[in-house]
Write a protein that binds this ligand. Structure first.
Ligand SMILES: *Cc1c(COP(=O)(O)O)cnc(C)c1O
Length: 503
């Protein structure tokens, strides 16, 4: 299987190389050349569906990967690193009518309590495999911008992996205090963390511009260093995320609630459009998805795009900080991969739109007239609405959801109100509520003012009756290191310098 460049469809590379290649040299993203069909329909064994289906799905894209190796990776990594035997448990919560026919897919049982763990757990192993089969020897330098969760998940997955160094950039002041503490706790010598004076978009822009600095990449190559990224512009992440769309669907079938072939909707709290894009890929692979509900917080640029066809940075800047920081994004990178599909894979036209975005801060395209144009429904939720949703879901469904998941639950309510469609819906629970203790206590109207995070966490655990996850309990004992901080230009200089050190 090969991967195509979204900005030049005539250019392709073996898909396996896309696992470490970052962006294409003209700034385009790599996408699978075709979407292989994947059929479910398998007897229920005693293994979690995620482990059961995972290797098969990945092999549809990487047929040359040895099945045994893939199965060993899944069996070796997920059960030891995830704290739930189902890996991605699917919860139903009864209670009020608003939550009927709603499933919560908990994607936060990994080491850093957010859905990013699912793909990032595999990524370093994929990258090493991909380098080897592509005949590349040498080292990998992984640059990663984070809106809060990717950074920690990448640090955790890449720490102490031989021949790889990882640099993480986060927006100073733009992430939750627990997210920050988790990121700075990491001590492995192959990792570095930078606090950027700017927002997530600035961090992502810096990573992209370094990826596209062909001269620097050449210089690195001469010293045997390959430049890559762990952001969701890396196709490997998207492919792993396809798995839990299929496995959750199969879970519902296993429960006898639906028959194989019945439609299910998915509602996804969205920022960089990576997770929901994986849903679109699953749909193209034959999963009977009815609608994909794209949920945004107050940074509602995607919502306005789906409603008007205009993607307008100038109208939405500056980015606002919300209680769902991992979705505080305006330049939603993976939308480009969807646009490429909507345009029937016209690379030139995609490139034109993306150039217009860089040059003029906007582009427009009539999505509703296109193939799959009405597959997506979008809705937004502000901080007050998300706090209220957390409170109501806890009160009516006895379920504690984090502020990102709350945006999705609210958006689903909007969708059902607008369409009357009560098809069963899987809501992606993307983070653990224990990553956001301050917002959670505010939502539950139990905020006691100026107490510290650890006291808040204990309190939250007591109120919810859920034990504190190890990943946050541990923070009490460790002293974090200080990040290096600076404006984008300063960080760029230092990154370029460090790239050659520490190997
Ligand atoms: C990253 C993240 C999102 C957004 O996912 P995208 O793939 O960037 O759209 C939503 N919620 C949480 C908790 C996240 O960490």
């Amino acid at each position: 299987m090969r991967a195509q460049n979204t900005r030049d469809a005539s250019q392709s590379i073996p898909l396996v190389e896309a696992l470490f290649s970052g962006t294409a040299s003209n700034g385009g993203l790599w996408v699978p050349e075709t979407f292989p069909h994947f059929s479910l329909l398998r007897a229920k064994g005693d293994r979690p569906r995620f482990l059961d289906i995972g290797p098969d799905i990945l092999r549809t894209f990487l047929p040359e990967a040895p099945m045994e190796w893939l199965s060993e990776l899944f069996e070796g990594l997920y059960p030891t690193r995830f704290d739930h035997p189902e890996i991605t448990p699917l919860l139903e919560c009864g209670g009020s009518a608003g939550l009927a026919r709603t499933y919560f897919l908990e994607l936060f049982h990994g080491p850093t309590l957010a859905f990013k763990d699912l793909a990032l757990t595999l990524l370093p192993h994929f990258m090493r495999y991909a380098l080897r089969v592509s005949g590349k020897t040498g080292r990998l330098l992984v640059l990663t911008a984070t809106s809060g969760d990717t950074g920690k998940a990448a640090l955790s997955a890449f720490q102490s992996i031989p021949d790889i160094q990882i640099f993480v950039l986060y927006p100073e002041g733009g992430i939750s205090s627990i997210q920050r503490a988790m990121m700075l706790e990491e001590q492995a010598t192959n990792t570095r963390v930078f606090a950027l004076k700017g927002d997530f978009d600035d961090a992502q822009r810096l990573v992209k511009s370094l990826m596209n600095d062909l001269e620097w990449r050449e210089e690195l190559n001469r010293r045997g260093i390959v430049l890559s990224t762990a952001n969701s512009i890396n196709l490997g992440r998207i492919l792993v995320q396809v798995i839990y769309y299929f496995s959750s669907y199969q879970d519902i079938v296993d429960r006898g609630t639906i028959k194989l072939g019945d439609r299910v909707n998915y509602c996804v709290p969205t920022g960089n459009f990576g997770n929901i894009l994986a849903g679109y890929y699953a749909y193209r692979m034959g999963l009977p998805i009815g609608r994909l509900v794209c949920a945004s917080n107050r940074n509602r640029i995607l919502n306005d795009f789906f409603r008007t066809g205009v993607y307008d940075l100038t109208a939405h800047s500056p980015l606002v900080k919300t209680l769902s920081p991992s979705m505080d994004i305006l330049v939603s990178s993976n939308l480009e991969r969807w646009i490429f599909e909507v345009l029937d894979r016209e690379g030139e036209k995609t490139a034109e739109l993306m150039t217009s975005l860089t040059r003029c801060g906007r582009f427009s395209i009539d999505v509703s007239a296109k193939k799959d144009g009405d597959l997506f429904f979008s809705a937004t939720c502000n901080d007050l609405e998300s706090l209220e949703t957390i409170r109501e879901t806890f009160r009516d469904g006895a379920l504690l959801i984090d502020p990102h998941t709350a945006v999705a639950v609210y958006a689903l309510g909007q969708y059902r109100k607008a369409t009357g469609d009560d098809t069963p819906c899987v809501v992606h629970s993307t983070a653990s509520p224990f990553k956001f203790p301050e917002a959670m206590l505010r939502a539950l109207q139990r905020d006691t003012g100026s107490i510290d995070d650890h006291t808040r966490l204990d309190f939250l655990s007591e109120i919810s009756g859920r034990p504190l996850p190890e990943a946050v309990r541990r923070l009490r004992l460790v002293r974090g290191r200080e990040p290096e901080s600076g404006n984008p230009e300063e960080i760029r200089q230092r990154l370029r310098q460090y790239a050659f050190e520490g190997w």
